[in-house]
Design a protein around this ligand. Structure first.
Ligand code: PSV
Ligand code: MN
Length: 398
């Protein structure tokens, strides 16, 4: 990144921020475009895709107006198709590519008591085989990341042996890891509760990291921002995982109470800024840093394509603010014990209105300055409502 200006001046930081933002990419989840809801109700929306090909078309709209969302994660079996090369070619025609492949171990009756941790070896073998199938899909689609989130856990003390489940998990993960190609990675997500309420088998970053360390260099932790107890200092976890080179990806979303899967930056934009501040401080925004910035969201009551556009913009805004932090002033204040000065350096950046900067970035790349307005004016929403009549809409379980 050569800006020709030093980052010690405000103009230099602005120029450097523009250059870094131009390279930033955010991966979209295919399931954000399907119908979703809570355990109380899934609301169907008109125009929702009926298959993964239509999901790609909707995701491509988000990329078209933001210029920052060129990859789409798939969830298997939700996104099962007969011909994955054809799906990848369709994505490429639309200007996007296939990102992470998510295994799904939470919607098969066999997995009621666990998948890779299940007491029955037959069920564990089935879970491993599902991952091998996902790896084949990675080969056909050119995907790098196999994202694993296990719903495994216990509802009652004594229900199963906590330690034996960790051993079974380690064994199953090792089998999956052995099936990867050299360019592939496992990214292992943690979550402190739900669907299990007493004990989850991968509840926290420490457990995920321990399994990743045992597996090898190509196993990394996924941090889903909605998967922590209220009040958790998430940016500390980010800093710690970056220190040891094991932050593989984010699943960005917002939460007010549990794993709400709301739009990232909607509940706590300051937390998102603090997270991105750790990313920038560790120089981990670079496309080759190994951190995959993904969304994992569901739009239950709001229209899905603009909600994804808004989410990408929210990540860009938090990133822009973090890029504008005067790191020299911050460092100096930290070194000299100037508590208020250090805090002020962060708050000055956080309180900057970066929307003009991002509008300038978009215009310099031939995009409309306001992606939300440009999408609304495009008529795409009306077209899909008119055209997507009949068939079964995609959704959880579809
Ligand atoms: C689990 O809550 C999770 O965060 C995992 O990433 C799943 O794949 C995803 O949600 C489904 O939305
Ligand atoms: Mn997630």
């Amino acid at each position: 990144m050569s800006t020709g200006t030093t980052t010690s001046s405000a103009a230099g930081r602005r120029a450097a921020a523009l250059a870094a933002l131009a390279e930033q990419t955010i991966e979209l989840p295919s399931w954000a475009f399907g119908n979703s809801g809570t355990r109380f109700k899934v609301f169907a929306q008109a125009g929702v895709p009926r298959d993964p090909f239509e999901k790609m078309a909707d995701a491509a709209q988000v990329h078209r107006y933001t210029g920052a969302a060129p990859r789409v994660s798939l969830h298997i079996p939700w996104d099962k198709v007969d011909d994955y090369e054809k799906l990848a070619a369709h994505a490429a025609d639309l200007g996007v590519s296939i990102g992470a492949i998510n295994s799904n171990l939470f919607q098969d009756d066999d997995y009621m008591l666990g998948s890779l941790t299940h007491p029955d070896a037959r069920v564990r073998a089935k879970a491993v085989a599902h991952h091998v199938e996902c790896i084949d899909i990675m080969r056909a689609t050119g995907s790098r990341d196999l994202k694993i989130w296990l719903p495994d856990g216990l509802n009652y003390p004594g229900q199963d042996d906590l330690r034996a489940r960790q051993d079974r998990l380690a064994e199953g993960l090792a089998q999956v890891y052995a099936a990867l190609d050299p360019e592939h990675r496992i990214i292992l997500e943690y979550k402190f509760f739900e669907p299990a309420f007493y004990a989850t088998d991968v509840p926290d970053w420490g457990t995920s990291l321990l399994h990743c360390l045992a597996l090898g260099d190509r196993a990394m932790v996924v941090l889903d921002t909605g998967h922590h107890a209220p009040g958790t200092n998430i940016e500390f976890i980010v800093a710690q995982l970056l220190r040891v080179g094991r932050l593989g990806a984010f699943d960005f979303n917002s939460r007010f109470y549990a794993d709400d899967d709301l739009m990232v930056g909607a509940a706590d934009p300051f937390q998102l800024f603090r997270i991105m501040n750790e990313i920038i401080a560790a120089d981990a925004l670079r496309p080759d840093s190994g951190v995959n910035f993904m969304l994992d969201q569901c739009h239950n009551i709001e229209p899905k394509i603009p909600a994804q556009i808004r989410s990408v913009m929210n990540v860009q805004e938090a990133t822009a603010k973090a890029l504008l932090v005067d790191r020299e002033a911050l460092h100096e204040a930290q070194q000299s014990g100037d508590v208020l000065g250090a805090n002020g350096a962060l708050m000055d950046a956080y309180n900057t209105d970066v929307r003009p900067l991002l509008a300038e970035l978009r215009e310099s790349r031939g995009l409309a300055p306001d992606p939300m307005r440009a999408y609304a004016a495009s008529g795409y929403a009306e077209t899909i409502v008119a055209e997507r009549v009949g068939g079964a809409q995609a959704g959880w379980g579809a």
